[in-house]
Design a protein around this ligand. Sequence first.
Ligand code: FAD
Ligand code: EPU
Length: 339
Amino acid sequence: MLQIQENVSLKNFNTFGVEAKARYFVEINHKDELVELFMDPQWKQMEHLVLGGGSNMLLLKDYEGLVIRINIRGIEHRISHEDVYVEAGAGEVWNDLVNFCVAREYAGLENLSLIPGSVGASPIQNIGAYGVELKDVFYSCNAFELATGTFKTFTKADCRFEYRESIFKSELKGQYIIVSVKFHLSLVPNFNLKYGAIELELKNRNITSPTLKDVSQVVSHIRVSKLPDPSTIGNAGSFFKNPIISADQFSGIQAKFPEVVNYPAGDGLVKLAAGWLIEQCGWKGKVVGNTGTWMNQALVLVNHGGASGAEVYAFSSQIIDSVYTKFGVMLQREVNIIS
Ligand code: FAD
Ligand code: EPU
């Protein structure tokens, strides 16, 4: 039986740790409960917010609709020759899935170690870190369509993954709830160690032939050294996307700022490191009221305690303005803004 609660604090359900109340709140433990929920016209018509681990959202105020917390569990795995297919419930904790695979020597997820959040949210922004993106290991996902009350399977091509983007963030935004994700992994590791920091840390540890566990541990170590732990200081990881600009615009910026950090982004486009742009504007480690940027990573906005979502948002607007004034580049928020 579904339990709909009223006036529930979301403070412990978002890693920014900002206070906001949900008018209605329900936890979904099995996909059939979504069918039951949306058969009731009251809930079907109501505005809703799907919540996983709350590690990529900023709540600007109380939420007047229904918050649907996805807690669908279960991991199944099947081996076929060298291929491994792992299917996980949307409510599984992402890093638990990574550990599950690393422990069994299923290769593919190790570079994505320690990313907070749920399995179900991983396709939404095509999570990525240390040279790997979800799309590299994604096979398919199963999702509930709100309008029809039925389930649909999306292939990799259907999802239209791009850097921090998918169809679920664009054309189909708000129309589907992901209930499970299937990954295509391998028993034969294809290590991706090209990220300088990984190479360096392996060297520091005198590791020349790393195992999946070594890579997972090294990535976790690098992450902990750079990023604030949400259990002690509220944040949602990178607040902005790294901007992708044209070669022409890049030449203009490079002429004025020869040291600008950049990466090729295909099709003649260039990706800039937003953290560098923000640091150059003097924001790194700055504390402004209850908010600020992280001292080791200017791309991460933090809640020093007691910040409201609106305060963090206003601060992010100041950063956007100053980066635009100095470099002519308009930063885009990566975190989902819930207003
Ligand atoms: P939530 O914040 O709960 O939701 C995010 C969005 O997805 C919302 O729009 C929500 O409505 C929607 N959603 C959630 N679940 C579902 C579902 N089942 N069906 C449909 N829609 C859904 N991200 C990276 O890509 N790379 C990183 O390296 C990285 N590092 C981070 C480090 C820190 C310290 C933190 C706090 C965050 C980091 N992130 C990173 C961001 C975050 O971990 C990911 O975006 C993660 O996938 C969010 O998962 P979640 O379950 O917390 O999603
Ligand atoms: N930099 C600075 N100052 C800073 C931060 C970064 O100058 O304060 C420069 C440095 O030159 C550094 C470069 O920017 O070499 C890149 O920094 P980093 O390696 O920390 O990566 P990032 O581009 O800032 C991205 C992702 C992270 C992901 C890391 C590792 C985005 C928006 N962010 O950060 O994802 O973990 O790469 O792959 O793409 C997230 O999405 O929440 C997230 C943390």
